[in-house]
Design a binder for this molecule. Structure first.
Ligand code: NDP
Length: 286
């Protein structure tokens, strides 16, 4: 069992500390607002003297700025920081240089579960940075989640994490639009739910005409977007009808309108005869 310090005791950091304690590790905790440590101290955690007190520091804060604010000008010689906070990939790369400049090593991570999922089956974290250092702490970190190592580039873990969040937030916001629109016609969210679930399942499935996550990945890989069966032009017109349906229902249409403009741009650029995947080419060239 190893020694680990958790820096940041929001819902995530607190759940991490609890999980590591339950797995038998010697855990110290530090938080800007010291009182948040109390429930963990009662469960056997130790109070870290500073945010840099420990050889393995697992950081979970609102952003990387919080790490700078917490560590201040402390030296980090020989220490390993595993930062599981959100920020932009460039800020993660800059943080790796900052930590190295103080004598330490930064491992970056994007953890793919909410607090109750930490330490549970199915939990995983995208990690990037020096693999040999990550490997040295794998046993401790595996108490939190499975390790999914994505490469040396410290920004990459966050880019994977953000790729997943983009899918998460945009698809679930569409689900909210769909439920709200149907509600205006008296359809309850729970009546619609099985249909929404069917769509989510089919889009992520491995085969069938609706297996679009896979279809688009394969088309993008080949940079070929066949549109004989369902052209982008047809879909841009259909999406225009969706926007009209939302407007008729008195709903907010900012996001669907932005999507419509994106589709129309691909058509205006002469790719209306191609398939939906041709929108990727518009996304790549803003
Ligand atoms: P928050 O993102 O709200 O972060 C709260 C923590 O950040 C607290 O410990 C807070 O300290 C600290 N903090 C904020 N600003 C500063 C600062 N300037 N200096 C020092 N500490 C600061 O809480 P979560 O626990 O929910 O999330 C932590 C990270 O995990 C985030 O980056 C989030 O994106 C990520 N994440 C969250 C998930 C979730 O479902 N909650 C899921 C996956 C990832 P204080 O108590 O003093 O305010």
């Amino acid at each position: 069992m190893s020694d680990v310090t958790i820096v940041g005791l929001g819902p995530m950091g607190s759940a991490m500390a609890e999980t590591l304690l339950a797995a038998g590790h010697r855990v110290k905790v530090w938080n800007r607002t010291a009182s948040k440590a109390e429930p963990l101290l009662a469960k056997g955690a130790g109070q870290a003297a500073t945010a840099a007190d420990g050889d393995l520091l697992v950081v979970s804060q609102i952003s990387y700025q919080a790490m700078y604010d917490s560590i201040g000008d402390a030296r980090l010689d020989g220490k390993v920081l595993v930062n599981l906070s959100s920020d932009s990939p460039e800020r993660l790369r800059a943080a790796a240089r900052w930590v190295a400049g103080r004598g330490g090593t930064l491992i970056t991570g994007g953890i793919m579960v909410p607090p109750p999922g930490i330490g549970q089956p199915g939990a995983y974290t995208f990690y990037s940075g020096p693999k040999d250092v990550l490997d040295q702490h794998a046993t401790t970190l595996e108490a939190l989640s499975e390790i999914t190592y994505v490469g040396e580039d410290e920004g990459l873990a966050m880019m994977y994490y953000q790729a997943q969040l983009l899918i998460f937030w945009s698809s679930l916001t569409s689900h909210m639009h769909a439920m709200a629109m149907l509600r205006t016609a008296g359809v309850s969210p729970l009546e619609f739910l099985p249909f929404a679930q069917e769509t989510f399942t089919q889009l992520g499935s491995d085969d069938g005409p609706m297996a679009y996550a896979k279809i688009l990945a394969e088309e993008f890989e080949a940079e070929t977007y066949p549109g004989e069966q369902n052209s982008l032009r047809m879909q841009a017109v259909g999406l225009g009808h969706v926007v009209e349906a939302l407007e008729e229902a008195g709903m907010e249409t900012t996001v669907p309108n932005a999507l419509k403009r994106l589709f129309e741009r691909a058509d205006a650029e002469g790719r209306g005869h191609e398939g939906l995947g041709t929108v990727i080419e518009s996304i790549r060239k803003p």
